[in-house]
Ligand binder design. Structure first.
Ligand SMILES: *Cc1c(COP(=O)(O)O)cnc(C)c1O
Length: 371
């Protein structure tokens, strides 16, 4: 590392996959690698997850799915966010499974299947309460009827029926209600002659806390990356991402020196400032101004003043900090460094957002324990 880097421990990804498979031994595991693998890098994570026993990959967009195929990955892939006009034919041609929430969407997929010259492999999505994707229970029979017809016509093959949980942590009464609604939707499907090979409902929280959400397939995202879906419980997972930067400059400043844009922070006494070349352009939340925890020269410190686009400062007092020292923003926590959970708590967000922010950034990603 010469300036800054995000390190991703692929052995941790593999460990987390094994941990998730132990938690849901009867189900296949879909590794959710959307949003560039929650910032960890979609393709390397997908490969590591498949090597450790995941059998499916889950993404949002057709673009993401096709990038997996372009990387030579042949495992089953489900893409679940297709707006009208999305390149469904390209997805179907690449044997990417797609999710359908309405008869209109099924019609699009049937037309795309004719264009692709092969049936669309479809997972019908039931909205059991999240009020996001999927057909509502009222719309469900119409979707089933359309799916039955499309399947009889040979343009569509219904592979799955699925839904998504409202709450991280399974012990909410809504989860019971969602499971009941899901089972009810499956019973209706049966009446329309639709018997999906795969029923799937669980996210990471479902995998780790509710075996009655497991069915034939579970979809794990955050736990794959070693972060807990339930604050305060670690489930034996290992965080995969470490974000660090090298101090590029230190300077001695007098007491009362305002630091960074707007001078929202002032030194209390004469002090050494360290400048770290990471900012909100790299994924550091600006909301971490004068708050974000950083491990530097053997101590936990906080960012001093505003996080800039490309840099932030740390007030190191009289500690011997020098250019070239490494500042760790977050990692697994073994070396006393902050974790993504610490960052989430500090800036009032969730660990998902902290790591995902570092995806697609200009910070180079380095992989450890690649096999
Ligand atoms: C992102 C996502 C997941 C993974 O959720 P985690 O809480 O990260 O395990 C599963 N299913 C769907 C539909 C998603 O959008």
């Amino acid at each position: 590392m010469w300036q800054a880097e995000v390190r991703v421990d692929l052995a941790a990804i593999r460990h987390n996959v094994r941990r998730l498979r132990e938690a849901a031994p009867g189900a296949e595991l879909m590794a959710v690698v959307k949003a560039d693998g929650y910032g960890h890098g979609m393709v390397p994570v997908a490969r590591a997850a498949l090597a450790a026993g995941a059998t499916w990959l889950g993404v949002c967009t057709v673009d993401e799915a096709l990038r997996l195929r372009q990387a030579g990955i042949t495992a089953p892939v489900l893409a679940w966010l297709l707006a009208p006009g999305a390149p469904a034919a390209a997805a179907i041609a690449a044997e990417v499974h797609v999710s359908a929430a309405s008869a209109a969407q099924l019609e699009e997929f049937a037309a795309a299947a004719r264009e692709a010259g092969r049936p669309a492999q479809v997972h019908l999505k039931l909205d059991t309460g999240l009020a996001r994707g999927g057909a509502t229970p009222v719309e469900w029979p119409a979707l089933l009827e359309a799916a039955g017809k499309a399947q009889a016509g040979g343009e569509v093959e219904v592979v799955g029926v699925w839904s998504h949980l409202i709450h991280p942590g399974g012990l909410h009464p809504d989860t019971d209600h969602q499971i009941a609604e899901f089972r009810h939707g499956l019973a209706s499907a049966e009446r329309f002659g639709i018997r999906p090979r795969l029923r799937h409902l669980a996210n990471s929280a479902g995998v780790l806390t509710r075996s009655d959400t497991h069915f034939e397939l579970v979809r794990a995202g955050i736990a794959l990356y070693g972060l807990s879906p339930v604050a305060g419980e670690d489930f034996g997972l290992r965080p995969a991402m470490t974000a660090r930067g090298r101090v590029m400059l230190t300077k001695r400043v007098p007491a009362g020196q305002g630091v960074s844009y707007g001078h929202t922070y002032r030194t209390e006494r004469e002090s050494t400032l360290a400048v770290v070349p990471l900012g909100y352009g790299d994924g550091v939340p600006r909301a971490a101004s004068s708050a974000g925890p950083v491990q530097l020269a053997g101590r936990r410190r906080a960012i001093a003043g505003r996080v800039c686009m490309d840099q932030f400062m740390i007030d190191c007092g009289d500690d011997p900090v020098a250019a070239g020292d490494v500042a760790v923003l977050f990692g697994p926590g073994d070396g006393g460094e902050p974790t993504a959970d610490d960052w989430a708590e500090t800036v009032g967000t969730i660990n998902y957002e902290i790591v995902t922010r570092f995806g697609g950034s200009r910070v180079p990603r380095v992989y450890d324990h690649d096999e």
